[in-house]
Ligand binder design. Sequence first.
Ligand code: ATP
Ligand code: MG
Length: 432
Amino acid sequence: MPALYNFMNKKFAAPRGTNDILPDETPLWEDLESKARKICKSYGYHEIRTPIYEETTLFKRSLGQTSDIVNKQLLELATDKEEGYALRPEGTAAVVRSYIENNFDAKEILSKFFYIGPMFRGERPQKGRLRQFHQIGVEAIGSNSASPYLDVEMIALAMHLLNELGVKGLKLKINSLGSKEDKEHISIWLRSEFAKHKKNLCEDCQNRFERNVFRVLDCKKEHCRKVVASIVKHLPMSESSCVYFKTVQGTLKASGIDFEVSPHLVRGLDYYTHTVFEITAEGLGSQDAVGAGGRYSGLVHELGGNEEIDYGAIGFALGIERILLACGYDSTIIPNRIQAFVIAMKEEYQQDAFILLQQLRREDISADMGFSGGSIKSQMNKANNANASFALILGEEEMRNGTVALKDMTASKQEVVLVKDIINVIKSRLKE
Ligand code: ATP
Ligand code: MG
């Protein structure tokens, strides 16, 4: 049966574009996540955990039918229904869905959320670009109208997180797309300007030009960039949107946050209005964006928010893998440690060893034992490999006298302690 033979010999690997985060890397992730949680909370944001898949139509509605994420990158789950589910490619859609579903607008004027977790996109994997990657995302959604100071808070929080996580060479680019009404005027203006140069635009942009002209501004192709640069010095918008953007810039300056205004920065999604921003870091090559965000107030109505409320919403997402790459941490290994390792010198002492082990764990002392027994030498090796601070040895004499030999693995000192005192002795030694 050759087919079965092949199957039996198959070596499985993690799916292309995904990574295992191994136990000697998880302390780094835990550290990064706990720092991020602390900083987000200090700005009044609280964690939300939404499912990792949602209805496909939620993403189609929120990201827009013309976006790359929906067109090329959505990982849909097989289903017999016409419209099924897809793994989440980003976090905003689900947070807005949850905001509306849970009637947050009736509970508070401004809701402040953050999330940390995996996102999924069917991209071509390369350095800094994965199919499963992780984001730290922040969203503020309110039923009052937009405040430019909230835009600055968002940018300040993103920069604070990246600085605190140790990312060097940060560059912040900002732009304003104006209000929803401005965007309509700008879109007509851009279309009439680009129409004059249509034949110089790439094929993608000729399509984008019809469906969402803003995306042409963001095209990476050289000849499109030339056309864009010759037309767009700044986007024409209303007086009130200009004042809004000036307040954002003035407050950033007053807060000591450096930035550059980039009139071509638009961000891929349809619902962005007013402030949009992108942050890059040095040393990442072509995938140098560590985070991006913007104001997306129109999305709340699009996903079913109360038509009578003038929602304001803004958020950003940072890519954790790119943060780790930028910090040079991608290959950093922090050895896991354990406080106590219990050794039974004879097979028949294993049950007592196990009882002691559980007692230690209940007392909040991290502990393990070598379940396969073996010589004292091989068990000491196991204690060393586990990076144990102490080895607790149960030998013949100890079993007879109700004691434990307590070996300090770093100082190579050994003492004999009564079993009934062992917890207190270890706790006080650990404090030394
Ligand atoms: P890019 O232009 O690099 O494709 P994007 O505009 O698609 O980024 P966003 O949707 O704004 O990215 O996501 C925010 C951040 O998430 C990015 O700045 C990046 O750090 C990270 N990110 C996005 N896609 C990936 C991916 N496929 N692999 C790893 N990180 C990613
Ligand atoms: Mg992308």
